[in-house]
Design a protein around this ligand. Structure first.
Ligand SMILES: [Zn+2]
Length: 349
C-alpha cells in the first residue's frame, strides 16, 4: 500500500512525501475489563490505569487511520505472568500482532516458558528495571533469560531509566548476542529535564550492535506537549548514534491516546516533522526496524547487523492457548507474588 502524505512545508507550502504506509507501532498495551475471563493478578495494588478497557479493536481504531497496520503488544503489568489476553489477541489477529511477554525469572528455568511463548507469536520478553538494577540483573533466572535470548534470537525489552543504563551496558557486554530493545528512549526526560549526561549514556549503548531503542512515549517525556518538537534534539542524537536501522517508533498506547495527547500526534512527529530525517529513514523508524526484529525478515535481517532470521514459526494457526500448560512452565511460582508486588511499584509503561 503506497500512501502519499502531504505536509506543510516551513514556508507554508505543501510538500508531497512519498512513503509506504503499513507502519508498525512497536509498543502498545491492551487489556480487558476487571470482570471477565482474564483475571488480573491477585493482590495487585498498582495504579488504576485509564481507560478501564482497551481492546485490540479499540487500538486498531486509533492506529489504522494513521497508516499503522501492525502492532507489537506489550504484556500489561496487572496481568502478572499470565499473558493470556495478549496471546489471545495475537491468535485472533496473527497478521497484525506480535507480543512482548513477561515471564517469571524467579522460576528455575524461565527459558522453557520463553521458548513456549515464542511459538505463540511472542518475540520478546519484558524486563522492568526499577530500583537497584544491578542486583535485579544478577539473578540466575536473569542469566538464563539473557542466554536464551542470545541463543534463540528473542528480544529483551527493557523498561529502564537512565540510572539503569550502566547495568544494562554491563549485561550487553556479557551477552553481546542478545537482542535488546530499550523502551521509551531510556526514559530520558521523564521528569521534564533532558540531561546531557543521560543522553550520552543512552547513546553510548549503541556500541553494542544488538541494542535498539524505541522512539516512543512522547506524552511522558520532556515538555510532554504535542507536537513534541522539544524531543527532536534527543531523537537526532540517538539517530546519529544508532542509525535509523536500530530505532523504532512506538506510541505506548493507550497512554498516548489520553487527552490532550493523540495517536496521530505521536506518529506525526516521525512522519512529518524532524527535518533532519530523510524519507527513506523515516520508513526505518516507522516500519522496517520493527518489522525485521518483531515480524520476521521481509526487510532483510542482516541489514543493520541485527538478528539472524528467526526460525520460530509465527504464522501457523496458533494452538489454543492453555493457561494451565503455561503455568506449568514457569507461571506463578511460589515467589511470584513478591516479585509482582515489587514490579508494580512504579509506573509501568
Ligand atoms: Zn508501555
Amino acid at each position: 500500500m503506497i500512501a502519499v502524505f502531504a505536509l506543510a512545508g516551513r514556508a507554508g507550502t505543501e510538500k508531497k512525501r512519498n512513503m509506504t504506509a503499513d507502519f508498525i507501532d512497536a509498543h502498545v498495551h491492551v487489556w480487558s475489563g476487571p470482570a471477565g475471563p482474564y483475571a488480573r493478578e491477585p493482590g495487585y495494588s498498582g495504579p488504576a490505569y485509564k481507560p478501564a478497557v482497551f481492546t485490540p479493536e479499540t487500538l486498531l481504531e486509533h492506529a489504522r487511520p494513521c497508516g499503522v497496520s501492525r502492532v507489537v503488544l506489550v504484556q500489561m503489568s496487572f496481568y502478572g505472568f499470565d499473558n493470556s489476553y495478549m496471546l489471545d489477541a495475537i491468535r485472533r489477529y496473527p497478521d497484525v500482532f506480535r507480543g512482548i511477554a513477561v515471564v517469571d525469572d524467579s522460576h528455575p528455568k524461565p527459558q522453557d516458558e520463553m521458548l513456549l511463548l515464542a511459538h505463540q507469536g511472542v518475540r520478546g520478553f519484558r524486563i522492568i528495571l526499577e530500583s537497584d538494577p544491578r542486583t535485579r540483573l544478577a539473578t540466575p533466572g536473569m542469566e538464563a533469560m539473557w542466554r536464551c535470548a542470545s541463543e534463540s534470537r528473542l528480544v529483551l525489552g527493557l523498561l529502564a531509566g537512565p540510572d539503569a543504563l550502566p547495568s544494562i551496558d554491563a549485561m550487553c557486554t556479557r551477552f553481546p548476542e542478545a537482542p535488546v530493545v530499550i523502551d521509551h528512549m531510556g526514559r530520558v526526560g521523564s521528569d521534564g529535564q533532558i540531561r546531557d549526561a543521560d543522553v550520552r549514556a543512552l547513546s553510548n549503548l549503541a556500541r553494542h550492535p544488538e541494542v535498539c531503542v524505541k522512539i516512543s512515549a512522547f506524552y511522558a517525556l520532556g515538555r510532554k506537549q504535542a507536537p513534541y518538537d522539544d524531543l527532536a534534539p534527543l531523537i537526532r542524537t540517538l539517530y546519529e548514534a544508532y542509525g535509523p536501522k536500530r530505532l523504532m517508533w512506538a506510541s505506548d498506547s493507550p497512554f498516548q491516546v489520553q487527552p490532550p495527547h493523540t495517536y496521530r500526534g505521536s506518529v506525526d512527529l516521525i512522519r512529518n516533522r524532524l527535518a533532519f530525517l530523510p524519507d527513506e529513514n523515516r520508513e526505518w523508524l516507522l516500519r522496517k526496524t520493527a518489522e525485521r526484529i518483531f515480524f520476521g525478515t521481509r526487510t532483510g535481517a542482516r541489514a543493520a547487523n541485527i538478528g539472524a532470521p528467526m526460525d520460530i514459526p509465527c504464522k501457523e494457526p496458533f494452538p489454543p492457548h492453555s493457561r494451565r500448560r503455561l503455568l506449568g512452565h514457569g507461571g506463578r511460582g511460589p515467589s511470584s507474588p513478591k516479585r509482582s508486588a515489587r514490579t508494580h511499584v512504579l509506573l509501568q509503561r
